[in-house]
Design a binder for this molecule. Structure first.
Ligand code: ADP
Length: 243
């Protein structure tokens, strides 16, 4: 009997780019429910462009992107690269976390009790509940990133899309963030798509890897990736056996 595949997202022969100029072409991959997909590749290879294409912030120039029926693009938890490094939001922690639900509110101009409760529970899960009365810009980089991930979680309990979530964090805060994401992926079964430069972390935490390089790409499981030429070429020591 064949295994039933529960794809949350499927990208088929897609080309993404700007003003008719293609950055990434002929891209096909699928994300299954519960996956942790890391998108890796050098600067400028098109990782953020793929994320924007998947989220329909830009339209595919060719091919298509499908989501499973229960996923509304407005309700995907998204942390963009620009937001991740923004340190000076003049807003409070609770306000920022709660604003994650805005995508599902329609025209309603107030938060419901249930939404406030969910924001509180999310802050507890991310161990930032004690910061709820603080101003965002007074927090450490690691605390700020937790606040932004809590906001993304308020937008969606199903799919988080994170573009360089660890950018600018020190090694300890980076490690804590990776552990947090792994915990959310395992314990809450949330599907994660994350752009990262950190290939060793991708190998350690991801279930699948999408590696973009020179208009070509690899997509597969971590063990398939480790054996691939894409992984070998990424490490100057010529292999990933030592990782
Ligand atoms: P990465 O995330 O891998 O660093 P990007 O997806 O940001 O790469 O960029 C891929 C290519 O697309 C780069 O050549 C970049 O200059 C170009 N690019 C990115 N954003 C835009 C944009 N808004 N308009 C035009 N070109 C862009």
């Amino acid at each position: 009997m064949s295994e039933v595949v529960d794809n949350i997202l499927s990208c088929q022969k897609a080309a993404f780019g700007y003003d008719g100029h293609i950055v990434v072409r002929d891209l096909s991959f699928a994300v299954q429910r519960g996956d942790y997909l890391c998108i890796v590749g050098e600067n400028g290879s098109g990782k953020s462009t793929i994320v924007k294409g998947v989220l329909r912030l830009i339209n595919p120039l060719q091919g298509c992107v499908y989501f499973s029926q229960d996923i509304k693009t407005k309700e995907i938890g998204y942390l963009s690269q620009t937001e991740a490094v923004k340190k000076d939001f003049p807003a409070g922690v609770s306000e920022i976390v709660l604003s994650g639900v805005v995508g599902s509110m329609g025209l309603r101009p107030f938060y419901t009790h249930k939404e406030k409760e969910m924001a509180g529970d999310t802050m507890k899960r991310l161990e930032i509940f004690n910061l709820k009365g603080r101003c965002f810009r007074e927090l450490s980089g690691g605390q700020q990133r937790r606040v932004l991930i809590a906001r993304a979680l308020c937008a969606s309990r199903k799919l988080l899309v994170l573009d360089e979530p660890a950018a600018g964090l020190d090694p300890l805060a980076t490690q804590e963030l990776y552990n947090l994401l792994a915990k959310l992926n395992h314990e809450v079964s949330i599907t994660i798509i994350s752009v990262t430069h950190d290939i060793q972390a991708a190998i350690k935490y991801a279930s699948r890897i999408l590696h973009i390089k020179d208009n070509q790409y690899f997509f597969g499981t971590v063990s398939e990736y480790i054996r691939s030429d894409f992984a070998k070429s990424f490490f100057t020591n010529g292999g990933v056996e030592n990782v």
